[in-house]
Structure formats: C-alpha cells, structure tokens
Write a protein that binds this ligand. Structure first.
Ligand code: DC
Length: 235
C-alpha cells in the first residue's frame, strides 16, 4: 500500500467513478456518510459482504493518524495499513487502541487539518477508483467520490447514536460502562466539529439518499441501502 504522508500529501486526483449508467457487471462505488453512531460501520460492512465488495472505513485512517500524532506530539509521516479489521501504523496493530474517547477527540482535531485530509483523500481515491467498494466516512459522498454510483447519508437521533456508542464493545466507552449522558455530550461535540470545520465538513451531498436508522434493525437498514444499490445496478 502507498504511504499517506500528512506532511507532504500527494496531490488529490480526480474522482474515478462515473455518474452514467453502470455497464452490466461493473463493480460499483458505494459511498456512505453520516455522523458517529448512525450505523455506518455495521451497515457498510454488511452491504460489502453481500456484494463481495471491499469495505473501507476512512474514519479509521483519521484515527490512525491521530494515534501517531499523540505518540509523537505532531501529525507526522506515518505508514498506514487499513483493511477489514486491520489498522496498523508503522507496523503496530492499533485496531483497538484507536477506539478510545481520547482518540475520538484527537481524530476530530486531525480531521480539521487540510494537509492531512489531502493526503488521506488521495489515498482513498486510489483505493476505491476501480469500484467494488463500500467506503464510509464524512466526506465520501461530497469530496472523495462525489460521482459515486450510490450515495447514502445515514443518520439517527442523537439519543439513539449515543446509546449505540455506549453499547459498542469495539469502543472503550462501550467496554468501561461510560454513562450514556457523557457519551452523548462527547458525541455532540465531535459532530459539531465535523459539521462546522472549514475542510470538507459533514454535509448532505447533492443526490445522496438519506436513511434515518433510528428504530430500524440492522437488517432493515441494510435492505434500504441494497434497494438503492439495486436501483442503480438496473440503471
Ligand atoms: O467515523 P469515525 O468516528 O471513526 O471518524 C473519526 C474522525 O474522523 C471523526 O471526527 C470524523 C473524521 N472523519 C472525517 O473527517 N472524514 C472521514 N472521511 C472519516 C472520518
């Protein structure tokens, strides 16, 4: 894999997806954005598994850069490897270490830095431009692949999102029993940062389909996304 370098980012290339009717059998680019706890990870993974596509969690990339910055005191050059269940920084497995409240905050700060974004966006385009991917994040439908074949904005109420995060065993808040109230405050602060930052804020892309997952089962939410994929595959 290529090396993202927040210090000397590669130039961002043009998005690779085409907005035209997909030719039969073409592997699509499926872009999914939304705030924390909207269900992006679970739903994107399930959709990718159904289609035998690659799932790419771009949030893990920002988290990995933040982990490195906390280790070294600055966001410097880092060798990242991000794959299904794999997050390594300079060869260290950080898949668990990046799911803590400290990294939540640091990642939101790192994600405000245009040079970090440029480097990661170039990397994300390179990973996805051949299609056959479900890529999730905050700016995938707006900046990384604005012409993606399928663009989804997943949302849920703040209460529901906090409840999910507080029960998420993959995240330290879910493991150490942090009160929902505290999880909700932290989540709202981070959402505010993600939505109001100057560099590619979280916003609804033109042509994106909004799916509110509040009260939906995972199966139901996956089915709604698959409907959009099927519509697009049929043209
Ligand atoms: O999805 P997440 O909570 O793991 O994301 C971590 C942070 O990175 C969060 O503050 C949002 C930010 N992020 C971003 O700015 N752009 C992306 N494409 C993905 C995540």
């Amino acid at each position: 894999m290529s090396t993202p370098s927040p210090e000397s980012p590669a130039p961002a290339s043009a998005p690779g997806a085409s907005a035209g009717k997909p030719s039969p059998g073409r592997r699509l680019i499926i872009a999914i954005d939304g705030p924390s706890g909207a269900g992006k990870g679970t739903i994107s993974r399930a959709v990718a598994a159904r289609l035998a596509y690659t799932h790419i969690d771009t949030g893990a990339m920002y988290r990995a850069v933040a982990w490195k910055a906390l280790q070294e005191g600055v966001a410097g050059r880092a060798e990242l490897e991000v794959g299904e269940g794999i997050v390594r920084v300079d060869g260290h497995d950080v898949a668990d270490a990046i799911r803590t409240p400290e990294i939540d905050k640091a990642a939101a700060a790192v994600a405000r830095q245009p040079r970090v974004r440029e480097a990661l966006i170039a990397r994300q385009r390179a990973m996805g431009e051949q299609g056959g991917i479900v890529m999730e994040g905050r700016d995938i439908t707006t900046v990384v692949f604005p012409d993606a074949d399928v663009k989804i904005f997943l949302d849920a109420s703040a209460e529901e999102r906090a409840r999910r995060r507080a029960n998420d065993s993959a995240h330290a808040s879910g493991r150490d029993g942090t009160a929902i109230h505290d999880v909700k405050s932290a989540l709202e602060a981070r959402d505010h940062s993600d939505r109001t930052r100057a560099a590619s804020p979280l916003t609804l892309a033109e042509g994106a389909v909004v799916i509110d997952t509040t009260g939906l089962s995972i199966e139901e939410a996956v089915r709604r996304v698959m409907e959009e994929v099927d519509k697009r595959s049929r043209g």
